[in-house]
Structure formats: structure tokens, C-alpha cells
Design a protein around this ligand. Structure first.
Ligand SMILES: Cc1cc2nc3c(=O)[nH]c(=O)nc-3n(C[C@H](O)[C@H](O)[C@H](O)COP(=O)(O)O)c2cc1C
Length: 189
């Protein structure tokens, strides 16, 4: 089985989502050492914005093939300006392709990538869970669930770390809890 590991945080070694996505990959590969891991750092090697040329020839760039080829995808994402890093959006723009990962039918759109298991490590500076005053500003988890569901990945697993920007202690506890949660994901691999 092939695992595609993506990171998109711009914060390098200080990134919470990178630490958590690495913990997810570590757990999954411990459970199944035969997993073939491909790593892409979308911040270090950013994709350009989507253009008509790329959209017209999605097989001309490797992202779609790499995604279609993967059985498991682990995505690390920071919560930036209420949404995902634009580096990750540029990647999504290359894999959400009609006829490849979804198609339109008379009954509505059908996802074609439902054979994949997707894990998302998402780190948010504040609190955006249900019932929080800022819940309506959460456009990262909600967006990723929407677009992944659209292409057929209806049950992605999110590992969240919240309150990262509150203070050092809150951050440390939140990241540690997420890393611990990541450890138990090995069972689902
Ligand atoms: C450019 C930028 C924008 C951010 N915007 C928000 C925001 O809108 N809401 C929030 O709660 N935290 C925000 N934060 C804090 C991040 O969500 C937090 O630092 C988180 O750890 C980012 O993930 P990362 O550490 O993996 O990069 C922002 C951070 C950066 C660098």
C-alpha cells in the first residue's frame, strides 16, 4: 500500500500540524511497515496557482497521478486566516478533477476517490469547535470535509490541535494530546 504524506504549514520546525502529521505517519507505518511513504512539502516546494493550462492537462503534472496512486493520504494543515494554507489549496485544485476524482451524473456529482483513507492533522490558533463563539469562522475542517466528500472520501479522520496561539502551556498540551491521539490511529491503518 502507498501512503502520500503532505505538509503545508509555513512555520517549519515550529509547526504544530507538521508534528502531528508526522506522528500519524509514524503510527501508521509502525502498524504496517510495508507502507511505501512518499513525502511532499507543499510549503518548501509550492505549486503555482491553478491555471487553465494545468486544468486542461491535469495529467501533465504529477499531483493527480500521485494522489490516485495512493491508498492512504496524510495531510498536515495549519489554520490560516480561517481556512487552509493556500499551498494546500493549490494541491487540491490539482486533484479535484472532473472525470478523474469525481464526475457529474444526471443524479448529481459522484466521487471517484472513495477507495482512499485520508487523515488530516489540523492545528488552529484559537477555538472553533461546536458551540464556540468563532465556530462559524471555521473554514478549514469544514472545507476539507466538503471537498474530500465531493471526491468520495466521506470519512476522513481529523486529528485536531486547538488553542495553539493561546500560550506555550496550552500549545504544548494541545499538541501532546493530538500526538497521543495519532498514536492510537495505527489500529485503523
Ligand atoms: C499566517 C497565519 C494566519 C493565521 N490565522 C489564524 C486564524 O485565522 N485563526 C486562528 O485561530 N489562528 C490563526 N493562526 C494561528 C495558527 O492556526 C496556528 O499557529 C497553528 O499552529 C498553525 O499551524 P502550523 O503550526 O502547523 O503552521 C494563523 C497563523 C499564521 C501563521
Amino acid at each position: 500500500m502507498k501512503l502520500l504524506h503532505l505538509d503545508s504549514s509555513i512555520l517549519g520546525d515550529n509547526s504544530a500540524s507538521r508534528a502531528i502529521s508526522a506522528a500519524i505517519v509514524s503510527s501508521l507505518t509502525k502498524a504496517d511497515p510495508s507502507l511505501e511513504v512518499t513525502y511532499r512539502d507543499l510549503a518548501a516546494e509550492p505549486l503555482a496557482h491553478l491555471t487553465l493550462d494545468v486544468l486542461g492537462n491535469p495529467e501533465g503534472t504529477p499531483e493527480l497521478a500521485q494522489f490516485l496512486d495512493a491508498d492512504v493520504v496524510v495531510i498536515g494543515a495549519g489554520f490560516y486566516n480561517f481556512s487552509i494554507p493556500s499551498q494546500l489549496k493549490a494541491w487540491i485544485d490539482r486533484i479535484a478533477i472532473a472525470g478523474k476524482t469525481f464526475r457529474y451524473t444526471a443524479e448529481g456529482p459522484v466521487g471517484l476517490a472513495g477507495d482512499k483513507k485520508v487523515y488530516v492533522a489540523l492545528a488552529r490558533g484559537g477555538y472553533y469547535g461546536e458551540g464556540q463563539p468563532a465556530a462559524a469562522f471555521e473554514h478549514a475542517e469544514s472545507y476539507l470535509r466538503a471537498v474530500l466528500g465531493f471526491i468520495g472520501v466521506t470519512e476522513p479522520t481529523f486529528v485536531l490541535a486547538e488553542g495553539i496561539a493561546i500560550d506555550a502551556d496550552t500549545r504544548a498540551k494541545s499538541v501532546a494530546a493530538a500526538i497521543e491521539e495519532a498514536g492510537s490511529l495505527a489500529v485503523a491503518a
